[in-house]
Design a protein around this ligand. Structure first.
Ligand code: DX5
Ligand code: ZN
Length: 239
């Protein structure tokens, strides 16, 4: 097993916004695979965070791919701006998209990878019709809106369900998890099939620092690669 089988995507939501360039550089130097950017509009989620101008500013200071997570209503209104700002992956929330195929196709047409995210309360079947239209599926492991929330363990069988759906569809889409991910939860989510781990507070809030935190998450993730977890028997096939 190699560390490179699991990607780490530090979420700058938990970084010091007054020193964003330094926070991104620190993650890059520590071997992060992506920079995860949480865009919130005060409507889809209660919080308001980052817009395209900040994504463009981050783009200028890193070579890492930017993984832009849109927790906004009507994301179709903004995908072009985020693509122009330098996003490499744009993920929309399935709950915000009555015309999901259209927005995913729009993202790909902009030359950007298309992702779809599911809130914890949304069943995996919600994405069953777009498995061929996505480059990434994001299973939220907290209700989005804030960093530092507790991981919801009931999401483990859902991760395994989505893994199974992607495998059966012959999809090479990346399976990402976001919310409450850190050294304590990384092995379980990887064992369930996740391969891209977003972590905010566990990296930028870590007392031991960003580099040690990323190392600890990678070590736990590598442990998870040695297991394939099924919950409960056959349950991951209930889409
Ligand atoms: C949650 C965001 C996450 C958040 C994760 O609404 O989508 O990306 O930054 O933060 P932690 O890792 O602290 O749960
Ligand atoms: Zn996120």
């Amino acid at each position: 097993m190699s560390y490179s089988d699991v990607k780490i995507a530090p979420s700058v939501l938990s970084a010091d916004f007054a020193h964003l360039a330094a926070a991104v550089a620190e993650a890059e130097a520590a071997g992060a695979d992506y920079i995860h950017v949480d865009v919130m509009d005060g409507q889809f989620v209660p919080n308001i965070t980052i817009g395209p101008v900040v994504v463009a500013a981050i783009r200028r200071v890193t070579a890492l791919p930017l993984d832009v997570h849109l927790m906004i209503v009507q994301p179709e209104r903004y995908v072009e701006q985020f693509a122009a700002a330098g996003a490499d992956v744009i993920t929309v929330q399935v709950e915000a998209c009555p015309h999901l195929h259209r927005v995913l196709q729009d993202v790909r047409a902009l030359g950007v990878q298309a992702g779809v995210a599911l809130n914890p309360g949304t069943p995996s079947v919600a994405i069953s019709q777009v498995l061929g239209d996505v480059d990434q599926v994001l299973v939220m492991t907290v209700d989005p809106g804030f960093g530092g929330q507790a991981f919801i363990p009931a999401m483990l069988p859902k991760i395994a369900q989505v893994r199974c759906m992607l495998d059966e569809a012959g999809s090479a889409a990346a399976l990402e998890v976001d919310g409450g991910i850190g050294p304590q939860t990384a092995a379980d989510v990887v064992g369930a099939g996740a391969r891209v781990l977003v972590a905010g507070s566990a990296i930028y809030g870590a007392e031991e620092g960003v580099t040690a935190a990323i190392r600890a998450i990678r070590a736990a993730a590598a442990e998870g690669l040695t297991t394939t977890t099924r919950w409960p028997s056959g349950d991951q096939r209930v889409f």
